[in-house]
Write a protein that binds this ligand. Sequence first.
Ligand code: UD1
Ligand code: F6R
Length: 696
Amino acid sequence: MCGIFGYVNFLVDKTRGEIVDNLIDGLQKLEYRGYDSSGIAIDGDNKGETIIVKTPGKVKVLKQKIIDEKVERSTVFDNHVGIAHTRWATHGQPMISNCHPHRSDPRGEFIVVHNGIITNYRALKTLLVSKGFKFESETDTECIAKLYKHIYDTNQKAGIIADLNELTKQVLYELEGSYGLLVKSTHYPGEVCGTRKGSPLLVGVKTERKLKVDFVDVEFTEPEPVVSHNANSKNELGLLPVAVGEQNLRTSQSRAFLSDDNIPMPVEFFLSSDPASVVQHTKKVLFLEDDDIAHIYDGELHIHRASKKNAGESTTRQIQTLEMELNQIMKGPYKHFMQKEIFEQPDSTFNTMRGRIDFESNTITLGGLKSFLPTIRRCRRILMIACGTSYHSCLATRSIFEELTEIPVSVELASDFLDRRSPVFRDDTCVFVSQSGETADSILALQYCLERGALTVGIVNSVGSSMSRQTHCGVHINAGPEIGVASTKAYTSQYIALVMFALSLSNDSVSRQERHKEIIQGLQKIPEQIKKVLLLEEKIKSLCDSNLNDQKSLLLLGRGYQFATALEGALKIKEISYMHSEGVLAGELKHGVLALVDDKLPIIAFATRDSLFPKVMSAIEQVTARDGRPIVICNEGDEILSSDKVLATLEVPETVDCLQGLLNVIPLQLMSYWLAVNRGIDVDFPRNLAKSVTVE
Ligand code: UD1
Ligand code: F6R
């Protein structure tokens, strides 16, 4: 996740200093979307000159750099386009060359900021390199800027001067993946195009005078074939058929921006990933839809479509008036980042798999591990090392690792592993799992393993973090920044990344093809199934109100795959609501814990269907025989106990056994959240805890 911001002024005089301040201010409001680097692009004093300032670090570092570089502030522009970006790295570490904006060439003919992931960037890059382009970064975004120039130059050679929006259509035709995108160009001064697919983008409009209508017409152009150069297949970057020549005449002003006397009116536009950065300027915003291209020039906003018109498609976009307060908007409809992140899981889990799983051929490609797989397959054992929630994701996937790879796997808490000075050998593979990539205990354990010559693998959320850099290879889980202190979406993404890792290690085994297919098909359904589990929020909330809020302690019972879920659920509840809770292996109940059970102690039991289901049921019966009335998490439509014996059931969709924990953990995330909120705790900042524990 990244934040993009653009500012356009037309017939409103602004100094360069004011423009820069607007961009910086916009970025600061977007910082929660990514904060490892940032940058801006604005016009210089000479024609065709662009100033780009960018740097790793938070927006305040960029602000200081702009001061240090003495960017001139007094020049006045009556029409100007500035674009800006705050980044959460997915492609390439947070270092200056990888910061946005990215340019097509040293002269900066096309400048781009982008949020999202271009999944076919490698193929595009290879092609553009063969055309003579020199890349300056490791990002996927840079290929977009270069593609603009390549297509622009190709058009020009064919005698075609395409409009910026037509050029954008041609570029989008070549891109696969997701994007929120802004482009400015020295060939189109005072103009900007913004477009989106799968990533958010909106346009704020600020005028002195009232807009004539509160909508903008969508301008559909039916494609005209253009044969302009030899390359005629899509793969060779042939030109997309777009309207050129006579069709290229610009349409008259969009109705919303017509003044009474037909003279263009002074206007400012704000393009952004989030209304949070726009509301202090204007409450009038237009939310773009996927495949919309917003083209701003001469004080007008035009909406074009990158795809053909479908029957019944809306032909206008509303300009809405936002009534929300700033704080409300940052977190969307959610009260806390933790709640927002819990509800982001359909997207974050999808992003972990994006570009890596081919659901048609049931294959997985983890670019960061590919060349290491043969070595890992030959290793003596796998050690998974982590802390807290990340440790639980290792426990949750250990058994599928063992089943698929037949390599012994041990799971270690980093601190304990170090305390024991556990033996590590050169033929071990040590897997480090961490959201932040900066947790001190895990980093020390990593150094310990590196010193002993083991192969180290990272499963990390933060690109460019110490762990991501120091491991030999690894997988970035791409869950987006996690801001709430309690880890939620990182857990489900780590879980999926580890399952993908186990599948990749065993993809050469013919006898496991069916099992592979089953798991991959199961993974495909997970984001949709998570959406269904999230619908349980109301029921969980009222369960907390009626039965759990005043309790002092809670027991969670799980077995097999669900033991990790029980531990993770218990950790979430204690860290956020401060209620004592304990995850217990259901098989251990009879070895002591049963003494706690009576008709008062709240108990949550995981009884979803897998091979251990009968054993879990016997544990539940031991509880009910002692007057315990558990809350049971079971599969949809599964009536496993009569209703007088259970306090409540929470039904979740069924999936493959080794993936069920992804769905079962979500009711516990929601429960911990509501228990804490009901106790008046600031969920995003629970006491005594920091987001990344960088002390031992
Ligand atoms: C790349 C993109 C990813 C995109 C995918 C498919 C990068 C950084 N990532 O992912 O956003 O979804 O293509 O288009 O370009 N690494 C470590 N330790 C770690 C984590 C990663 O050494 O803890 C290394 C990997 O070995 C690899 C590099 O970092 O060399 C990037 O890893 P990753 O993002 O997972 O690679 P891809 O799956 O290729
Ligand atoms: C729990 C939590 C912690 C972290 C642990 C490891 O919600 O956030 O238990 O999981 O401190 O942190 P990372 O994953 O950053 O190494």
